[in-house]
Design a protein around this ligand. Structure first.
Ligand code: FAQ
Length: 311
């Protein structure tokens, strides 16, 4: 019976039909989606921290308004994504608990510090740029609630990317000190951004299954290359250089060839030994504790309403 159901399930995926929450699905499909969507949600929530660090220090009211809106969007993305994960039968509280206890993964990129205002430009341009490259194909993911959430998320990420590139443009055309700040931010964020796409294809343990299930439409290395090809000309347009002596345009393939990624650094960040892993988790735990009164008040209010309705 299971073989029949499995065949019918794969046939629906092959026919580009969406899988919806009440449809039958193999346990492994459910598990991999919960894993990926939860990690994605955690990334949005932890991803608010590096930029949140600069909200009170944005250089103008206009910059502050845009940054505040961007960070709020990220909180919203986290919430849609937790809701999408809940349709697979996992409680949001369980996922939040896994994040707070350090048992869950979130994107490696959010374990790096934001040292100057130029980092806000670099995050928008590069981190959101990488996020879009990875998430546009997820709009066509086989799981309906995840695919639909990605449509709005990508529209917002596209605004984020533009605000980041615009910050970089102003700095790159500014004083010598501003230009140096923009270059320094690019130097520090470039390699960690390339790591966002995940391990090389040969070491990506989930890629085969996720490709068969049309969760993944492109491999980690394919998306990484697309990102490099799109981003290098943008950096050159700003008059900035990339911290990679091996970077060169390959006429034969029409792709930008890039140097070796330091996968030891990636593995260290995943183990919890990146520059900010401990700070990020401590900040999330503090925020959760400081919000306890809101959860208690919401529960008390819901209880009062329930009693009123029953009376
Ligand atoms: N960091 O077998 P694969 C954003 C893990 S954008 C940490 O290749 P898969 C927007 C992976 O989970 C960032 N862990 O895995 C924003 C797996 O571990 P597991 C979030 C990583 O799933 C911008 C193991 O390595 N975006 O937040 C990373 O097939 C600005 C083996 O890897 C998403 O999550 C990494 N970089 O492919 C917010 C997109 N890479 O679970 C604020 C959705 C890999 O076995 C400010 N996710 N790992 O313990 C995906 O597309 C996929 O999950 C990949 C990884 C492509 C990330």
């Amino acid at each position: 019976e299971d073989a029949g159901r499995l065949g019918a399930f794969q046939a629906r995926i092959d026919a580009e039909q969406k899988i919806e929450p009440n449809d039958w699905m193999p346990e492994a499909y459910r598990r991999t989606l919960i894993r990926q969507i939860a990690q994605h949600a955690h990334s949005e929530i932890v991803g608010m921290l590096p930029e949140g660090n600069w909200i009170t220090r944005a250089p103008s009211l206009r910059r502050k308004a845009a940054l505040l809106a961007k960070v709020q969007d990220e909180g919203g993305h986290g919430l849609y994504l937790y809701a999408a994960a809940e349709t697979l039968g996992v409680a949001r509280e369980t996922l939040v608990e896994q994040l707070l206890s350090g048992g869950a993964k979130y994107s490696s990129i959010f374990n790096y510090p934001t040292l100057t205002w130029a980092d806000i430009g670099a995050i928008g341009w590069l981190v959101d740029g990488a996020a879009i490259m990875n998430q546009i194909p997820l709009c066509r993911c086989s799981y309906g609630p995840y695919a639909r959430a990605m449509i709005r998320v990508c529209k917002e990420e596209s605004f984020h990317q533009r605000q980041g590139y615009e910050i970089m443009t102003v700095l790159a055309r500014g004083t010598t000190a501003q230009r140096a700040m923009a270059q320094d931010a690019l130097d520090r964020w470039w390699w960690p951004c390339l790591m966002m796409f995940g391990p090389p294809d040969g070491e990506s343990q989930h890629s085969d299954a996720s490709t068969r299930w049309k969760i993944k439409r492109f491999s980690n290395d394919e998306l990484r290359q697309k990102f490099v090809d799109a981003t290098v000309p943008q950096g050159h347009y700003l008059g900035l250089s990339f911290p990679d002596p091996a970077l060169r345009f390959d006429e034969a393939t029409s792709h930008w060839h890039y140097g070796a990624i330091d996968w030891d650094e990636f593995r260290a960040v995943l183990r919890g030994d990146g520059p900010c892993n401990r700070d990020r988790l401590a900040a999330r735990n503090r925020a959760h504790e400081n919000g306890a009164w809101v959860r208690e008040a919401a529960l008390a209010f819901a209880e009062k309403r329930r009693r009123k309705a029953a009376a």
